[in-house]
Design a protein around this ligand. Structure first.
Ligand code: GLN
Length: 231
């Protein structure tokens, strides 16, 4: 019966490290963050049990396509190419992409300034799309996770990181230690959505739960807790 129970639990894929949306709390060893707590509130609202499966971001869309994952919540931007192969919930966070450089770099103030430079970003992300479409970089280093991506900039292996703005600001505050700065405008304003296998019956339920959580103040509470501002 343990096996039967486990089979009933849905599997929720999330990024290993995408703070403040999801990351491993060093104190507790547990995954936490805005996405993790928002999903927990949604699951309680719907009345479903789940198992969180942290993984490289690049595996989440394929995991949903093959049905190995029932849900993906990973700061995943709702983009048309993805919406062809998976279903998305309504948007739950409005994001954008930004350029991060070392403090002593004064040669970059927009994406086109990365022409001929080395750019570090994450494999399979909207930032990789942006860099490939517009930067004209000499080399684009595509890392599977945030740690390697940011490390490449800090160790001067790359001239810039291009990545999701809220995650870049989190890095600046915690690990960047005053050595980095954001330059230029925000790019690719896109909402994050929760992903499902095509045709999943969960998608409408999740949208209804999201609506309830927005109405009853839970969404706002989590937003203020994790971002320190009003939604
Ligand atoms: N928002 C970006 C994307 O969807 C990055 C997500 C992530 O790295 N977890 O591609």
């Amino acid at each position: 019966s343990t096996v039967a129970f486990a089979a009933d639990k849905i599997v929720v894929g999330t990024d290993t490290n995408f703070p403040p949306f999801e990351y491993k709390d060093p104190q507790t060893g547990e995954h936490t963050g805005f996405d993790v707590e928002l999903w927990d509130a949604i699951a309680k609202e719907i009345g479903i049990e789940y198992e969180l499966q942290p993984m490289d971001f690049n595996g989440i869309v394929p995991g949903l396509q093959t049905g190995q994952l029932d849900v993906g919540i990973a700061g995943m931007s709702i983009k048309p190419e993805r919406a062809k192969v998976i279903d998305f919930s309504d948007g739950y966070y409005n994001s954008g992409l930004a350029i991060l450089v070392l403090k002593d770099n004064n040669s970059v103030s927009k994406i086109e300034d990365l022409k001929g430079k080395v750019v570090s970003t994450k494999l399979g992300t909207t930032s990789a799309d942006l860099v490939n479409e517009r930067a004209g970089a000499k080399h684009v280093s595509l890392f599977p996770n945030n740690d390697a991506m940011f490390m490449e900039l800090m160790s001067r292996g790359a001239d810039a990181v291009v990545f999701d703005y809220p995650v870049i600001t989190d890095f600046m505050r915690k690990a960047g230690k005053g050595q980095v700065k954001v330059v230029g405008p925000l790019y690719h304003g896109q909402a994050y959505g929760i992903g499902f296998p095509k045709g999943s019956e969960l998608a409408p339920k999740v949208n209804a739960a999201l609506k309830t959580l927005r109405e009853n103040g839970t969404y706002r509470e989590l937003y203020v807790k994790w971002f320190g501002t009003e939604p």
